[in-house]
Ligand binder design. Structure first.
Ligand code: PTJ
Length: 249
């Protein structure tokens, strides 16, 4: 029995029930927005069609993401209300593995949620959380959604944006940043504009990137650059869509 949820781990829908439990708890704690519940429902439908597993192509994308993050000079992991509720400890582990900053960045930004998420991340081991300064602006977005930290996302060279809003994903890409997106819908605009789209559930994708980063640690730059160069974003999206439509791959 899982102490967090009272759901037996042998339950055939354990992962899915755990995810729902965490999102619900996130709403109750003032971390996740009500829209986050809707977003989760949409994601679940795609996950069901993907077979609720990390496909070979999503695993290759996670490896390319790990290589990008290890090569980066100023990597930042962007955290919204869904990510904070679903994988708080796992994003802290990833930040430690690749030496990245964590920055709270919300679609529906309120100071109360910003603070609650920062505190939640600290409870899960984060030592520094960016996002509260809000002294930088992503060009081309109206105020709240474009607000970032000048020494965080604004100055980052590689940004991981799980479950990102399409407009902002596009605006970040236009700033010339390497963008890694985790999204279960391959047709969504965010994975379409990403350098590395990972079509997988954040619950599986985040620990998987960390595992790849730990395996690749100490690898020379040239080999990491080769992994990055060999990754084909269009092929990853095509494979994900084929899996969803036909069950193949
Ligand atoms: O906390 P905030 O204010 O920043 O808001 C966050 C949400 C997610 C509510 C906001 O960014 C939003 O409305 O997003 P969208 O436009 O609904 O897009 C969410 C995308 O994430 C959809 O394409 C879903 O399929 C996908 N998704 C949902 N749950 C997961 C997921 N992808 C990976 N893992 C999930 N668990």
């Amino acid at each position: 029995m899982d102490r967090e949820t009272d759901i037996p781990e042998s339950h055939p829908r354990y992962e899915s029930l755990l995810t729902r439990h965490r999102i619900e708890a996130g709403v109750e704690k003032g971390i996740t927005s009500k829209q986050g519940l809707i977003a989760q429902g949409r994601g679940e439908a795609f996950d069901y069609l993907l077979g609720e597993e990390t496909t070979e192509s999503a695993d290759g994308a996670a490896r390319a993401a790990a290589a990008h993050l290890l090569l980066a000079e100023r990597p930042v992991l962007s955290i919204n209300g869904n990510v904070a509720a679903l994988v708080p400890g796992e994003v802290v582990d990833l930040a430690n593995a690749v030496d990245a900053a964590l920055e709270v960045n919300l679609f529906n930004r309120t100071e109360a949620r910003m603070e609650a998420i920062a505190e939640h991340l600290r409870e899960h081991g984060a030592t520094a959380v960016k996002g509260l300064a809000g002294d930088g602006e992503i060009p081309g977005l109206e105020h709240a959604r474009g607000t970032v930290d000048a020494d965080g996302i604004y100055a980052a060279d590689v940004v991981l944006v799980p479950l990102e809003d399409g407009d902002r994903a596009q605006a970040l890409a236009e700033m010339g940043k390497v963008e890694i997106v985790i999204d279960l819908n391959p047709a969504s605009r965010s994975p379409q504009v990403a350098d590395v789209p990972i079509v997988d559930n954040v619950m599986r994708a985040v620990p998987n990137i960390t595992a790849h980063a730990q395996t690749l640690e100490g690898t020379e730059r040239e080999s990491l650059e080769r992994i990055v160069a060999e990754f084909d974003a269009d092929e990853a999206l095509e494979r994900a869509e084929t899996r969803i439509r036909t069950g193949r791959f």
